[in-house]
Design a protein around this ligand. Sequence first.
Ligand code: MRU
Length: 364
Amino acid sequence: MTAREDLALRVDSMSDEVSRIFEEETEGGRRHTWFELCDDCIKFLDQRYLPLREEWVICRDERDVALCIKNMVVRGAPAIGISAAFGVWLGLKKRVEKGQKVDYKVFCEIKNVILDSRPTAYNLFRALQDMEEEFVSSQGSDLVERMRRKALEIWFLDFKSCYLIGKNGAQLIPDEGTVFTICNTGSLATGGWGTAFSAIKYAVKKLGKDIEVISLETRPFLQGARLTTWELIREKIKFKLIVDSASAFVMSKSSPHISCVLTGADRILKDGTVSNKIGTLMLAILSKHFSIPFYVLAPKTTIDVSSDTIPLEQRDPREVKEIFGVKITHDETNVINYVFDITPPELISSIITEDGIFRYPYSF
Ligand code: MRU
């Protein structure tokens, strides 16, 4: 398929305004902050080392992509979904080029490798489901090309969702003020401007609001300290970094009051229960205590209407016991390393998606 035909696909699925921004920012659908698409591979910016150094990892099949998701070279719920889709395409392409038969069983083998990478982000399941539907309806000589286009479409739609989440969310941010955020919810975590980060960016860049961001460092992987600060500096948005445990005191001391807390989500249930980065529940409880609005921003691909439970990831204790490979505690120390927590709907003021601003009781 030519670049021009790819463009037609994008224009079909996006408004003109978003399509134009997409064209400008992604070099016509070739690259985004954290990835570059090639003919037979995808390159990921290794988020484990930012901001200290910029290294790229080349992935040629589903195993490479699954490893990058597992090791958090790539992270953030929508980014995980997009990576999964391109991983399926690469896995199928590799087999077809080797002359191997590609049937539904093979598709499921590829899918299961990626499915095993991380459990919580619902976007991973949604993207694999979308790729599966495309596979089932695409048997034939153009299978690999159709799968590539489907993966591109998943990216394009996320770019659009991010923009609209930003536009909707920015309405809730006052003209001047200070907002709290946790983890990294920006372009490094998504296919576009981000989720919570997109609302901040839209408020500052498009609406000219005078906003300062308080970014939590986000132990233990330090997405806030390493990645959100990197993005805020690139966007020239004012910010301060705090350690997670300073949240209560900074909120209590802030005058004027903190305007709102903005977070992303890895999975949202139909009743509005939200799973997001560890520390989100703490912020929600604090927000209730200090009467600060608490907003969750996510695309619809994060909403799981099919289940009442959330698989919560626990990661390697070494993430807590070491910092950049340097031990900070006794070898025999036992660790609890839940990397996500669960926030009940009664602590959430609104959930913002590309479709608008939703309040309890939820009907997305
Ligand atoms: O462990 P991570 O870095 O993948 O966790 C990311 C988050 O918790 C984000 O808040 C979430 O994915 C939504 S933001 C796009």
